[in-house]
Design a binder for this molecule. Structure first.
Ligand SMILES: [Zn+2]
Ligand SMILES: [Zn+2]
Length: 350
């Protein structure tokens, strides 16, 4: 059998570890064993899976395939595969991932670390393993005799130390008798742009230690110092601006998810729409609009120099307004002057 084909048969790349090799083989054997798989080609698939596994084992061990593995492969399902846990232990680990609003908008890659505790696969959580020796309590018979009826008779009872099978037990060396194993995982995960609070992302299972570990990630978006996402998914920001700069239509710097940006103020507008710079309407979708509301701020107290500047501004703008016949300010001034003159007529006798 071709080596490349053997790896392909097991769904692995040649760099796979021994543990991955074994886990993959067990999983496939459990899935394709003709006792459990009714597919017409289950038997032949089983054969190719075992052949591929033996081929790689032989290659890696540099000689004869491991007798134990060989036997198990022929007699598959393997002992582990036949038990209640047919595959390498498989677990989905649920955890929360905190993203900033910018990360949620633009998408991001995170490396997640953690630990997961699972039932020891070597002893199936019992904390002990059966040894090749006979049980010391019952000397392998599986039964113990206990005096009954004041010692006149003997009752035979099942040996409690071996559970009646007569075999010696010792603490499991894989889990040191605890029945549990802890594996550390480290996964690089890509979060698409547009993920929202409460979204759940499933990360396919991968091998960690001797375990197939999948991740279920619940997205939590951290609150932001100035960006908010409203109920309709529109990104908003409210920022104070210098009232005079606003009147003068000056440029100001506004924060956007992509960084600072220049924006021109307009004294007729308090709300500005920055198209395509907001939150994506759907994951991986185009970005919506970003709405910036400006709050013009005027000083509450002014010094003498500022007062003088304002006086100048008022004087020059009044002059210009009065000169312009079409302006409301000029019209108002003229009609007020006419009215005032009419009030000064001498009093008439009745
Ligand atoms: Zn015993
Ligand atoms: Zn164990």
């Amino acid at each position: 059998m071709e080596t490349q084909a053997a790896y392909a048969e097991l769904g692995l790349h040649p760099g796979a570890t021994d543990a991955q090799l074994k886990a993959s083989w067990r999983r496939l054997v459990a899935a394709w064993h003709p006792d459990r798989n009714a597919a017409a080609d289950a038997g032949s698939r089983m054969q190719s899976i075992n052949k591929a596994y033996q081929h790689i084992r032989q290659l890696r061990d540099g000689g004869e395939p491991d007798a134990d593995d060989n036997e198990a492969a022929e007699a598959a399902p393997a002992p582990e595969a036949a038990s209640a846990e047919p595959e390498a232990p498989h677990k989905t680990h649920v955890r929360t991932v905190h993203l900033s609003l910018e990360d949620a908008i633009l998408g991001c890659t995170r490396t997640l670390h953690g630990h997961v505790t699972h039932t020891c696969s070597a002893c199936v959580g019992k904390g002990q393993r059966v040894l090749a020796k006979a049980c010391a309590t019952c000397h392998g018979s599986g039964a113990v005799h206990k005096p009954a009826l004041f010692g006149w008779m003997w009752n035979q009872e099942e040996c409690a130390d071996c559970g009646g099978d007569g075999r010696l037990r010792g603490p499991c060396d894989v889990c040191a008798g605890s029945g549990e194993q802890t594996v550390a995982y480290r996964r690089r995960v890509r979060f698409p742009s547009g993920v929202r609070e409460g979204h759940v992302l499933s990360v396919p299972a991968a091998n960690h230690g001797d375990m197939e570990l999948g991740l279920e990630l619940q997205v939590h978006i951290d609150s932001h110092p100035f960006f908010t996402l409203d109920g309709e998914g529109v990104l908003r920001c409210e920022m104070p601006v210098n009232g005079y700069a606003w009147m003068a239509g000056r440029w100001v710097e506004v924060p956007t998810p992509d960084g600072l940006q220049q924006m021109r103020l307009n004294r007729d507008a308090l709300v500005y729409r920055l198209g395509g710079q907001g939150f994506p309407a759907a994951p991986r979708g185009p970005r919506g609009d970003y709405m910036v509301r400006v709050v013009p701020v005027f000083p509450t107290q002014m010094d003498a120099a500022q007062e003088a500047l304002l006086d100048q501004l008022i004087a020059s703008s009044s002059k210009a307004a009065e000169a312009d016949k079409t302006q409301a300010m000029g019209q108002w001034k003229r009609s007020m002057k006419r009215w005032n003159t009419s009030q000064k007529r001498p009093a008439r006798d009745e």
